[in-house]
Design a binder for this molecule. Structure first.
Ligand SMILES: NC(=O)c1ccc[n+]([C@@H]2O[C@H](COP(=O)([O-])OP(=O)(O)OC[C@H]3O[C@@H](n4cnc5c(N)ncnc54)[C@H](OP(=O)(O)O)[C@@H]3O)[C@@H](O)[C@H]2O)c1
Length: 331
């Protein structure tokens, strides 16, 4: 069985649909190669964006259940207060002797101003940071421009997270070993990096394609963050959750949601690998990988999505310039 575990897992990955549904996770969890380790997290602080819904809330809950202090970085603080109550109640229900350690910080990741304010608040309030999770994500139905002049999907999925990592870089290094985890999407397999027009100013705006290109950009940028941070004790991971039944999927992809609803993962199942990457010692061994169901996965299924070294450098330089941060592109 052990010798078959690798091929079974790989087959699930390459056939996509079975692997991305709850079936894929259920099978993998039974394989002898499943890395089941999930240590307690008392004394560790996790920052998570987009914790007010779906996968983000499920990850925040599981991290709180493991004993971590969880800082909810949310654009809507009233919604985050309700999330905080739900998580606190669930932690108490699991163990009446425990009180969840939770905080809320306002952070609209599509706004550079808001990201800078959030980091200033974190500097004041959080003496130690162990994990930063970029989970917030959006697939706007139409091309929209933020009040800072950036295309909304790019600002939310790529630019804001880039700035957040850049501003927290000194803290993450000082507090190492630390982890940066980004929630990408299997949708990125279908798209090549677009470093020429990342805000879709000239290309036709198609929500799913724009979202997938943003998710590809996250993978490429995180590979470069991992290079830049090599040897500092900060590891950088990107993951994809498979297909999970969340408010975001139901709203953005109603047709897909209707057809696949019965086989979609729960939000907690979608969050599983985020929690594992945040907690497990196994996630500290390497950096720069792309993960799904607690295993590293390829970032391309064919040669047509490979980007050039020049495109990699350009997307980094574009983000640094637009975000107004001086972070040299890794050699
Ligand atoms: N569900 C899936 O099958 C699936 C598959 C692949 C990848 N993903 C990725 O998983 C992550 C979570 O998605 P989900 O399915 O759980 O979606 P969701 O239910 O829509 O949750 C998205 C979260 O992101 C937050 N958010 C959106 N824009 C934001 C902004 N500008 N600033 C701060 N927070 C913002 C939302 O806040 P509000 O509550 O205020 O709206 C919400 O908390 C996303 O990165 C998504 O791309 C999901």
């Amino acid at each position: 069985m052990l010798r078959l575990a690798g091929p079974i897992d790989t087959l699930l990955d390459r056939t996509i649909a079975p692997g991305y549904t709850r079936l894929g996770l259920a099978v993998r969890r039974r394989l002898p190669t499943w890395p089941s380790e999930l240590p307690r997290m008392e004394g560790r602080t996790v920052l998570i964006t987009g914790p007010t819904s779906g996968i983000g809330e499920a990850a925040a809950l599981d991290l709180a259940l493991l004993g971590a202090r969880v800082v909810l970085l949310a654009r809507n603080v009233d919604k985050a207060a309700a999330t905080r109550e739900r998580i606190a109640a669930a932690v108490h229900a699991a163990d009446a002797s425990r009180t969840a350690d939770l905080a809320v910080v306002r952070c609209d990741v599509s706004s550079l101003r808001s990201v800078r304010e959030a980091v200033a608040t974190l500097e004041e309030r959080e003496p130690h940071i162990d994990v930063l999770i970029h989970n917030a994500g959006a697939m706007p139905a139409e091309r929209t421009v933020t009040d800072e002049g950036f295309e909304l999907a790019f600002a939310t999925n790529v630019l804001g997270p880039f700035l957040l990592t850049a501003l927290l870089e000194p803290r993450l290094k000082a507090d190492a070993p630390t982890r940066v985890i980004t929630v990408s999407s299997g949708g990125m397999y279908g798209q090549k990096l677009d470093a020429e027009d990342p805000q879709h100013a000239h290309r036709k705006y198609s929500p799913a394609a724009v979202y997938a290109r943003n998710k590809r950009a996250q993978v490429v940028l995180n590979e470069q963050w991992a290079q830049r941070l090599a040897g500092t004790g900060v590891v950088v991971h990107t993951m994809h959750p498979g297909w999970a039944d969340t408010p975001g999927v139901e709203e953005s992809l109603p047709g897909f949601h209707r057809v696949t609803k019965r086989v979609l993962r729960s939000s907690a199942e979608g969050a599983d690998t985020i929690v594992w990457l945040a907690a497990a010692d196994g996630a500290l061994r390497d950096s720069g990988g792309f993960w799904h169901d607690r295993s590293e996965r390829p970032t391309h299924y064919g040669p047509w999505t490979h980007e050039t070294p020049d495109a990699r450098r350009r997307i980094w330089e574009t983000c640094a310039e637009l975000a107004g941060v001086e972070v040299a592109v890794p050699a």
